[in-house]
Design a protein around this ligand. Structure first.
Ligand SMILES: *Cc1c(COP(=O)(O)O)cnc(C)c1O
Length: 360
């Protein structure tokens, strides 16, 4: 069977080239006589993978020297708990609620710290990014949390919020890591699950400034404590070797393509094709505030739920799959991460035009 264009929000497409490389090394990785799935995380082969994944990500994201990068398990969701436990000095944390995941992170934090919602876009169903100024946050907050790209609602921050002096910003980058240039130095912590833009599910990237690693709450479990994995180079316990290995292959591939600026350029091009079509359509609509539109996740609607269902079914027959919107939003959602080729977006838009003509 031919491969489809998979618009899933996650787990999502991986670059075909990376899949082929991984396949070619599957049975015998670099002369080890075994696959990466079978080898010890203490072997020289895995040690090289672990080191290269770290150094390539550092290079691609321009991560300054005063930050550590760790590869952990538990997904971004486990970091919702790790964050208030690791950043725990005054026991206060301020959250920007811009969608489902930031709200979940906020809810978890309330168990461990005095968490407050400093800003929210819930009043308009999270269709925009709430504006903030430093005085909206507590000056003695341990951190301010934001979700950089809102996977479900299809919005993204285009300006990084300013926090009061000395209050670190924590960013969830699960659905836009490596898709656009980010200024890591504006954050104290960045974290993201791999399964959208980086690798198969299983590994989570956490980038933590060094001076923020000594304020962990005493009750913080060893496995949630960032310093545990920093000190052990992400090898405190058995790591998700396979996911980290595929991540390394993705990092190599992105570097060959020209790095994150090159990815951003193509992502902007892809998103423009889809948004331009939506803006000119009298049938399909995207309800997000135009200035806050995501480059990665594009929710859209036809005139009715029946037509949405028909669209999704007919698109699948054309090899355009997983276009159903999240249940919180409904309609459709096209996730166009790094690995979605521009041809996939063009084919989607052509199909949308045809469907519009036939059903309006
Ligand atoms: C998918 C996603 C999550 C949840 O990630 P898990 O790895 O499944 O825990 C959190 N935040 C954002 C922005 C996401 O897109």
């Amino acid at each position: 069977m031919d491969r489809v264009y998979n618009f899933s929000a996650g787990p999502s497409m991986l670059p075909l080239e990376v899949l082929k490389r991984v396949q070619s090394k599957m049975l015998n990785y670099e002369g080890s006589g075994m696959s990466v799935m079978e080898m010890s995380h203490r072997s020289k082969y895995y040690d090289a993978i672990n080191n290269e994944a770290e150094s390539l990500l550092r290079e691609l994201m321009n991560v300054p020297e005063n930050y550590d990068i760790i590869f952990v398990q538990g997904g971004a969701s486990m970091q919702f708990e790790a964050i208030p436990l690791n950043l725990h000095k005054n026991g206060k944390a301020d959250y920007i609620l811009s969608g489902n995941f930031s709200s979940k992170a906020y809810k978890e934090a309330q168990k461990f710290t005095d968490a407050v919602a400093a800003a929210s876009s819930k009043d308009k169903d999270f269709t925009y990014i709430p504006a903030t100024t430093p005085d909206m946050f507590r000056a003695d907050a341990d951190y301010v949390h934001m979700c950089y790209n809102n996977t479900i609602y299809g919005t993204r921050f285009t300006k990084i919020p300013e926090t009061p002096a000395g209050v670190p910003l924590v960013g969830d980058v699960s659905s836009n890591i490596l898709s656009e240039v980010m200024d890591v130095s504006k954050f104290g912590v960045l974290y993201g699950g791999a399964q959208k833009n980086v690798a198969p599910a299983g590994v989570t990237v956490v980038i933590v400034r060094k001076d923020l690693q000594d304020m962990c709450a005493p009750i913080c479990p060893t496995m949630l404590k960032w310093k545990t994995q920093v000190d052990q180079k992400s090898l405190y316990n058995t790591p998700p070797c396979w996911s980290t290995y595929v991540a390394m292959e993705v990092f190599r591939y992105i570097k060959e393509l020209g790095g994150v600026p090159a990815m951003q350029k193509i992502n902007e091009e892809k998103a423009k094709i889809l948004y331009d079509f939506l803006d000119n359509s009298k049938f399909f609509v995207n309800k997000v505030n135009p200035a806050d539109r995501s480059l990665m996740n594009v929710p859209f609607f036809s005139p009715s739920a029946e037509l949405d269902a028909k669209f999704i079914a007919e698109a699948a027959k054309e090899g355009l799959v997983t276009l159903k919107g999240h249940k919180l939003v409904g309609g459709m959602r096209a996730s166009i991460y790094n690995a979605m080729p521009i041809e996939g977006v063009k084919k989607l838009v052509e199909f949308m035009a045809k469907f519009e003509k036939e059903n309006k």
